[in-house]
Design a protein around this ligand. Structure first.
Ligand code: CMC
Length: 437
């Protein structure tokens, strides 16, 4: 954070004296006005539901320029990371600030690999759930429960404890996600295998059975790895802010990540890829490509409440850079599986083309987001729709834990405690029962 020479002056129409605030510059991005002394000097708060204009922290992890359609992890463009690095290199980068060299990559991979097993007792937690429980509900419960197994790494003031917890979370998430899936389909849990890569191991735990050897398909593994890279972090989104807020009270990392998973579960956040796929399936059922015109008409009708799912973003007012990469992966996966003529993919491409040329979408700067294609890719990989958000949680765990760690290490960190504009009843006396309406 760099102090700039600029100051911001706030003046009032009621004759109260004007106050001046420092303005800071980041390395890139908009300047911020430091209003921490506002209440002390004026007795007034700011009002900003949804944090539309409020930076709640300073961070050096991820940067998004929504107008340019740019996403950087630690300064590196997502397009370069997705092509040149694997997910564990990306994890190392997000956690440590720099890409690993060959030796660092090997030690980090070994470390994560050695923590992939979960405590054997964990399977009894799974058995407590109904078979048809939503995987996100299972993940909120089981990730939170990890805290009860690892008392040796819960001292959040100790950087070594924080590092051990980070590794445990990154390593165990795929095992828990795969266990949630296996439990839902009534198949035996598959233990992790340490000679496989992070993503290959996950695919095997998902789709392997004790009856036959699971054959790793490199194209599909690479596709999953790319999904994980693209979803690894996204600066101060709702679930990350939830993790930071939970952590600001000193809660342990497993509890904080469980809180992040709960937030991600909501349809406005992690659930959109599921919605995009369902939308494509619905259009397909009604007649496919020929019905696009009719569907777009409904989307444009303000009274219809129909949205083009997988389009639009709060921050990106340009093509989501992750969507371009996911589109490419979609081609590769469908080609590998001989599904190039997959009607849903063809429909998605036709829908995208029409929407990108339509005035309604052009004027509102509505472009495809990552979810437009990720649902098609995941379903081609054999991942059931109900697990899409679980895969997102698995990818985002590293971002959550990196942001949590950054917050704990920040000397300016305070417990998160927003204020309110109170609009309820002023003080009144409790009436006796006979006088209540
Ligand atoms: N289809 C049709 N119209 C849309 C859409 C859409 N997908 N998105 C926005 N609009 C319209 C909206 O109706 C409004 O029109 P008007 O100005 O005439 O009232 C205008 O565009 C601005 O929209 P907004 O709702 O103010 O934008 P927002 O920043 O609050 O919403 C959004 C962003 C992502 C919630 C929204 O675009 C949306 O609901 N998209 C569909 C769901 C989706 O794909 N979500 C995934 C987001 S990416 C996931 C991630 O990064 O984690």
């Amino acid at each position: 954070m760099i102090n700039s020479d600029n100051k911001a002056t706030l003046s009032f129409s009621d004759g109260s004296p004007a106050v001046e605030f420092p303005v800071y510059k980041g390395t890139i991005g908009p300047d911020v006005i430091d209003i921490r002394k506002l209440y002390g000097s004026t007795g007034k708060f700011t009002y900003d539901p949804g944090f539309m204009s409020t930076a709640a922290c300073n961070s050096s992890i991820t940067y998004i320029d929504g107008d340019k359609g740019e996403l950087l992890y630690r300064g590196y463009p997502i397009e370069q990371l997705a092509v040149n690095c694997d997910f564990l290199e990306t994890c190392y980068l997000l956690l440590n600030g720099e890409l690993p060299n060959a030796g660092q990559k090997k030690s980090f991979t070994d470390l994560v690999t050695k923590h992939t097993m979960v405590h054997e007792q964990m399977q009894f937690f799974f058995r407590g759930f109904r078979r048809d429980a939503h995987p996100m509900s299972v993940l909120v419960g089981t990730v939170g429960a990890l805290a009860s197994f690892y008392h040796d790494s819960l001292d959040i003031t100790d950087p070594h404890h924080r590092e051990v917890s980070a590794i445990r979370l990154i390593a165990k998430m795929p095992t828990l996600v795969a266990m949630a899936y296996k439990y839902s389909v009534g198949q035996p849990f598959v233990y992790p295998r340490n000679d496989l890569s992070y993503s290959a191991n996950f695919m095997r735990m998902m789709f392997g059975t004790p009856c036959e050897e699971y054959k790793v398909n490199d194209v599909l593994v690479r596709a999953l790895d790319r999904i994980l890279i693209l979803h690894a972090d996204h600066e101060q989104n709702a679930s990350t802010s939830t993790v930071r807020l939970a952590g600001s009270s000193g809660a342990n990392p497993f509890a904080c990540i469980a809180a992040g998973i709960a937030c991600l579960w909501g349809p406005a956040h992690g659930g959109a890829n599921e919605a995009a796929l369902t939308m494509l399936q619905d259009i397909q059922k009604q007649g496919g490509v020929e019905k696009i015109g009719e569907f777009i008409k409904q989307v444009k009708d303000k009274n219809s409440n129909v949205k083009l799912m997988g389009f639009g973003h709060r921050v990106y007012k340009n093509y989501d850079p992750r969507a371009k990469l996911m589109r490419e992966t979609c081609h590769e996966v469908l080609h590998e599986l001989g599904l190039q003529n997959d009607p849903l993919f063809k429909l998605a491409m036709a829908l995208e083309k029409i929407a990108l040329e339509d005035d309604y979408f052009v004027q509102r700067k509505l472009y495809p987001n990552v979810d437009f294609y990720s649902g098609i890719v995941q379903s081609a990989l054999g991942i059931p729709v109900s697990l899409f958000t679980g895969i997102f949680a698995m990818a985002r765990t590293v971002g959550w834990i990196a942001q949590w760690n950054e917050m704990i290490s920040d000397p300016e960190q305070k417990i998160g405690r927003p204020r309110q504009l109170f609009v309820g009843s002023p003080t009144r006396d409790v009436p006796p029962m006979t006088k209540r309406g």
